[in-house]
Design a protein around this ligand. Structure first.
Ligand code: GLN
Length: 203
């Protein structure tokens, strides 16, 4: 299907949602800013951006988006979370706050790279993206400490730290593909959406 027929919602409460929107425009997909529950109608997928997960979670609750978002993603809406977005999608956090949506069977430790190296960029091999390495930008990034049986690991750092995962209709990265000019991660996310109406979306 033509990407022009696909509309991806981008949660636009806080964080780098504009960078995701630019990326999606570059690959020819229609976009919609999601700020309230009604915005979740007529979208083919949703991106949860990087930013500050406590603020995003606070605003999700303040705008009454939590329950409906959980419902839609549980029902199969394709979802992609980057950094803080991944924290929000997680089942469990090492920290008490924020309360995540509990959708992806991962345990996440926020800000786990420590202060000295809280931002870095590294070329990563990413399974579904082919041989060419992906330049991954980590900004006060979380670490995925544990994954459940349904979670597939797509990328790890050289020391084995997990950096990208998928579970059924959910994709998540500890880094920020939206901050590069490399569109491959976003293309991967939308690659199976046209079949979503016929069979469940599975990455
Ligand atoms: N440190 C942020 C948090 O815990 C995530 C950082 C990011 O999204 N770049 O929410």
């Amino acid at each position: 299907m033509n990407p022009q027929n696909i509309t991806i919602g981008v949660l636009a409460l806080q964080g780098d949602f504009l960078e995701h929107i630019q990326m999606l425009k570059r690959i020819g997909v229609k976009t919609k800013e999601i700020k309230q529950a009604a915005d979740l109608e007529n979208i083919d997928g949703i991106i949860l951006p990087g930013g500050e997960s406590t603020t995003i979670a606070y605003l999700l609750d303040a705008f009454g988006l939590r329950e409906i978002l959980i419902q839609k993603i549980q029902d199969g809406l394709p979802a992609f979370g980057t950094c803080a977005g991944m924290i929000i999608l997680a089942k469990k956090l090492v920290q008490a706050l924020p309360i995540p949506l509990g959708l992806m069977d991962i345990t996440v430790n926020r800000n786990a790279f420590g202060r000295q190296i809280d931002s870095f960029e590294v070329p990563l091999p990413i399974k579904p993206l082919g041989d060419k390495l992906f330049s991954a930008t980590f900004i006060r990034a979380p670490i995925i400490e544990k994954t459940g049986p349904d979670v597939e690991i797509l990328a790890t750092l050289a020391d084995g730290t997990i950096a990208a995962v998928k579970q059924k209709n959910i994709l998540a990265t500890a880094f920020h593909p939206e901050l590069t000019r490399d569109t491959r991660f976003h293309e991967y996310f939308i690659s199976k959406i046209p079949l979503a109406n016929l069979i469940p979306y599975v990455l």
